[in-house]
Write a protein that binds this ligand. Structure first.
Ligand SMILES: CC(C)(COP(=O)(O)OP(=O)(O)OC[C@H]1O[C@@H](n2cnc3c(N)ncnc32)[C@H](O)[C@@H]1OP(=O)(O)O)[C@@H](O)C(=O)NCCC(=O)NCCS
Length: 213
């Protein structure tokens, strides 16, 4: 489902994840008006900041009148938790007040947009996407579910990222390129032309496929 941009307005929010990424999500959520009632986490079995620890995702019971967000940077982890919780929860959309998002952008549920991110007209963003600090997503991009655009990465116009793509910090994707499912661009990569195939890793300027033994 794709929704137009909404803000919290003091609605209860449960954060899933207790790593560094979750701290940044929590701050963006509070600054945009969400009321955080606690943290679920399996990996660290702890909370962040002073929020109540609500237990593990595995033992989760839906809390009424709360929205949820998966605050974990790893794309596969977000997909796994989304699949586990099915549609038993209402997913939040979190947009830091200092992100600049065109009113002509559509944003799927579960997506978080951090401080300094800029998203331009007619871009469509899927569910459980991360647009990290200072990332720039220009006009007419199509960003599928579980994508992560890392800090300072740049997607120029008309880029298409299929499900689960990871664009590393400071990477640049030139106009009209399509990156296939779950492929990775390393930090600082410049993707200028060619094919970006499913599950493959690309690094360098210009981008080349990383062959691993
Ligand atoms: C691309 C990446 C995923 C590869 O990780 P990896 O599979 O563990 O790769 P390795 O560290 O084993 O490196 C393998 C080779 O690729 C090179 N390489 C790795 N990342 C590179 C990058 N971003 N640019 C250029 N070369 C890179 C390494 O120097 C190494 O080269 P060598 O075999 O000649 O020594 C990782 O290096 C990366 O860039 N991650 C993005 C991190 C990021 O942006 N995080 C944001 C979090 S919000």
């Amino acid at each position: 489902m794709v929704l137009h941009f909404v803000t919290g307005g003091f609605i209860n929010l449960v954060i899933i994840g207790a790593g560094g990424h979750a701290k940044v999500v929590a701050e963006a959520a509070q600054l945009s008006g969400w009321h955080i009632i606690g943290v679920l986490d399996d990996t660290f079995e702890k909370t962040i900041d002073d929020f109540p620890y609500l237990g593990t995702v595995a033992n989760f019971h839906a809390i009424q009148n709360a929205h949820y967000v998966i605050a974990i940077g790893a794309n596969k982890a977000r997909e796994k938790i989304k699949t586990l919780l099915k549609n038993n929860v209402i997913w939040a959309i979190i947009v830091h007040p200092q992100a600049i998002v065109s009113p002509k952008v559509k944003i799927g549920v579960g997506t978080v947009i951090f401080a300094g991110a800029i998203v331009q007209a007619d871009t469509v963003i899927g569910e459980h996407v991360i647009l990290n600090t200072g990332s720039r997503v220009d006009h007419d991009n199509k960003i599928a579910d579980f994508v992560h655009v890392a800090p300072n990465a740049v997607l120029t116009g008309g880029v298409e990222l299929e499900e689960g793509v990871f664009v590393g910090a400071g990477a640049i994707v030139t106009p009209g390129l399509k990156l296939k499912k779950w492929c990775t661009l390393g930090a600082g990569t410049v993707a200028i032309r060619g094919e970006y195939l499913e599950n493959q890793i690309y690094v360098g300027n210009p981008a080349r496929k990383l062959f691993k033994p």
